[in-house]
Design a protein around this ligand. Sequence first.
Ligand code: UD1
Ligand code: MG
Length: 464
Amino acid sequence: MTGAPQSRVVAILAAGIGSRMRSETPKVLHPVGGRPMLSWVLDAARGAGCDRILAVVGHGAEQVRAALDAPDITWVEQREQLGTGHALAQVARELDGDGVIIVLSGDVPLVRPATLAALADAAAGGWGSMAVADLDQPGSLGRVLDRDGGALDRIVEAADASDEELAISTVNAGLYCLPYPQIFERLAALTPDNAKGELYLTDALGAAAADGDRISLVQLADPGEAMGINTRVDQSRVHRRLLERKLRRLQMHGVTLLDPDRIQVEPGVEIGADTTVEADVSLSGSTRIGRRCVLRQGAWIRDSIIADDVTIEPYSVLDGAQVGDGCSVGPFARLRPGTVLEEGSKVGNFVEVKKSTLGPGVKASHLAYLGDATIGPGANIGAGTITCNYDGQRKHPTEIGAGAFIGSDTMLVAPVKIGDGATTGAGSAITKDVPSGALAIERSRQRNVEGWVERRQKRESSED
Ligand code: UD1
Ligand code: MG
């Protein structure tokens, strides 16, 4: 039989302590590809059309629930973490009658929706099914011993395996399709006589196979899908794998990535065709990049929207910023949340912008802090300009009109308004509004003392 899974019920085992992570955070909340590992498994279940998700949680249950709660999830508590067999036994109370259930592991995040359908199809030809893969580094995963015809004989956990068994490269991916209530009857008979002292789900499958039930092995087309996360080393491998999938997809959609091994692009990020991303760039969160952009070395961009034809020069940091068509940013610029750069504006080196809008064509080319400011089209912000937006208690706004020219080293003490086309003299501390077209200058008049240097030298030599 082929097609959609017969079963629309999925159980996800996610209650384990994950002691090998050595962490206070529940294992399934540790991130890969920018999101908790469990969220990937939930998405695979949704992608396969499962309409009932039974998520077994226990260790840090409240934290897991708070992070990932959704209307389609039924949270099932496993009070004590006695092993995967005990975890699956908890969902029995949620199921009536008989049927098949897809079982996934919360620490196997690369699982694809198509695998769930393949498991259901394979299970239809026997008692149940499970996914296997051949891995170069089978590590801590269970080794699978099979029989002729692609059926399970038994699974040996790495902790219980002999050297000979450890040399087997076929692993249990921790993804199954199993019949109920039969599986629950098998689970009820488990004993914890093994290296970890746990009730192993895998032993229940071995027992069924020993009694002649056929458990079909589904070979994963992409063996990477079987990578489970038990340690932080596994976590980094899975993370890299997720990024590789994403980077390959971007390349196939016309994005130039000449050195993909040195680029971090989280799977949720979008990039338009003919954009070039140089080495050591990191793109994360909900970032969207348009077409024909150039992101130069070391740009770090999170939750930002960048339009078309934008250049981000090296080592710029953008967080929660919006950048319009044709803008140029950096090198070494910092755009903080609430920054909006409208079309063709430019933010140069060592400029920090926070919660400010720079209108079309505005230039702030060097060394400035612009916070809580609204800047009209075509204004020029001189080097060293600072919006003094904080009085120690509250933040205040600065408004700069269209075409204004802010002289170098101007302090704009907010709240303050600079009118359209106005100019401020370099080095001025502006505390009062400036009318349109006016020059505001606030500094002491320069005095030149003729011959002062020569007189000083004479005085000093006579004192010797
Ligand atoms: C398990 C399998 C192993 C397989 C691997 C795939 C068993 C005995 N072994 O080993 O054959 O290769 O997964 O990744 O099943 N969990 C609970 N409650 C518990 C214990 C675990 O919900 O009491 C959850 C964990 O949160 C985790 C999943 O079950 O998401 C797997 O548990 P884990 O302890 O990681 O098992 P592995 O040693 O990886
Ligand atoms: Mg595991």
